[in-house]
Design a protein around this ligand. Structure first.
Ligand code: F0G
Length: 353
């Protein structure tokens, strides 16, 4: 059967009926890649897999939830949608809204979202406002506006977003034929860790899997309110996607970590960049910096002796967004091209052949 997106694939687990219009870009069905080199580097007993969510139609996991949120908004007769965003939600909302014929309004922190994401929202015709404030400020305004005006909220406080994002967990279990032992994931507004846990629980209750993973979530150290136990007024990190000081799904993320016997920890920008470069150079997988927080977290925990030796364990790391979203960061951390005359000898001498 050909793949026609997460709603058609997993409708049994979603709040859709025959009457729900399916607005889809055929999202989901993303690769679950074995990371053999990385596993060897990190820990002898870990089988690490990378769930490459950058392969979704708009380049991030947001499409899984957006197909649901937009389809349900159309079903309810909405004419416009709105979100606050660190970039990916706005790119996805704008694309799915365009496909459905609805208007989209997005509020983003000025000068703090990656170039590719801004380009996407603009191309899909979103009405973009860049506020002089951070994501948390933007979300506050969006909540006030969507409460009062006929505009549907498509941030992950919209329950259909979380529902759609459960599909990532279903896919992992469908491929592995079991749940992983550990599920490592970046945490920003904390919707995705909430969604994955709900997805694993659905499959567990439906007897599709017989065990549940430990959910291990990682915030950026400069934006780690859950780890610190209090909101961060002025979050900072190079991983702009997760630069969030007061996550909307804080409580449910904590619950997921607790119920699964997992944890939520933080990783520094240096650890994030190291993992970001390792993924690209050792595995050929280019993700955005925030995504690398999952792998950075596994490296940190392995070094600290968190994973027991002598017992094979499966770890799935969610790589939430594509590296091309943030070309400026990639260029910044990489070797620069050598500019050279158009001359064969000069080129050969540079190659050191
Ligand atoms: N990774 C990427 C690439 C993201 O864009 C986000 C969130 C996260 C991780 C964290 O996921 O918020 O569910 O905990 N981006 C949102 C946005 C906030 O507006 O695009 P979360």
């Amino acid at each position: 059967m050909s793949w026609e997106g997460v709603i058609r694939q997993y409708k049994k687990y979603l709040s859709v009926t025959k009457k729900t219009p399916v607005i889809t870009l055929y999202e989901g069905n993303t690769p679950l890649l074995p990371a053999t080199t990385l596993s060897r580097e990190i820990h002898p007993d870990l089988d690490i897999y990378l769930k490459y969510e950058g392969m979704n139609p708009t380049g991030s996991f947001k499409d899984r939830g957006m197909t649901m949120a937009i389809s349900k908004a159309v079903e309810a007769g909405a004419k416009a949608v709105m979100c606050a965003s660190t970039g990916n939600t706005s790119a996805s909302a704008a694309a799915y809204a365009a496909r459905s014929g609805m208007k989209s309004f997005v509020l983003v922190p000025h000068n703090s979202i990656a170039l590719g994401k801004l380009a996407q929202a603009a191309m899909h015709g979103a009405h973009i406002l860049a506020i002089r404030g951070n994501f948390d400020d933007a979300l506050k305004f969006v909540l006030q506006i969507t409460e009062k005006y006929p505009v549907t909220l498509v941030n992950s406080l919209n329950p259909f977003r979380i529902e759609g994002q459960k599909s990532g967990a279903f896919e992992i279990c469908d491929v592995l034929k079991k749940a992983p032992d550990y599920h490592a994931i970046p945490v920003g507004n904390a919707g995705n860790i909430t969604a994955y846990w709900a997805g694993y629980l659905d499959y567990f209750n439906d007897k599709k899997i017989s065990s549940l993973p430990k959910m291990i979530g990682f915030q950026a150290a400069g934006a780690a309110p859950i780890v610190l136990g209090k909101p961060v007024a002025d979050p900072h990190t190079i991983a702009t996607a997760i630069k969030i000081g007061n996550p909307a799904s804080w409580k449910s993320a904590e619950q997921a970590a607790k119920d699964s016997h997992g944890l939520i920890d933080s990783v520094t920008d240096e650890e994030i960049i190291e993992a970001y470069q390792m993924l690209a150079s050792l595995e050929g997988v280019f993700c955005e910096p925030a995504s690398a927080a999952s792998v950075a977290g596994v490296i940190k925990k392995a070094k600290a002796g968190y994973f027991q030796k002598g017992e094979k364990k499966t770890v799935v790391c969610i790589l939430t967004g594509h590296g091309l979203k943030d070309p400026e960061r990639a260029i910044d951390v990489s070797a620069k091209p050598i500019v050279i005359d158009a001359n064969l000898e000069a080129i050969i001498s540079q190659l050191g052949l």
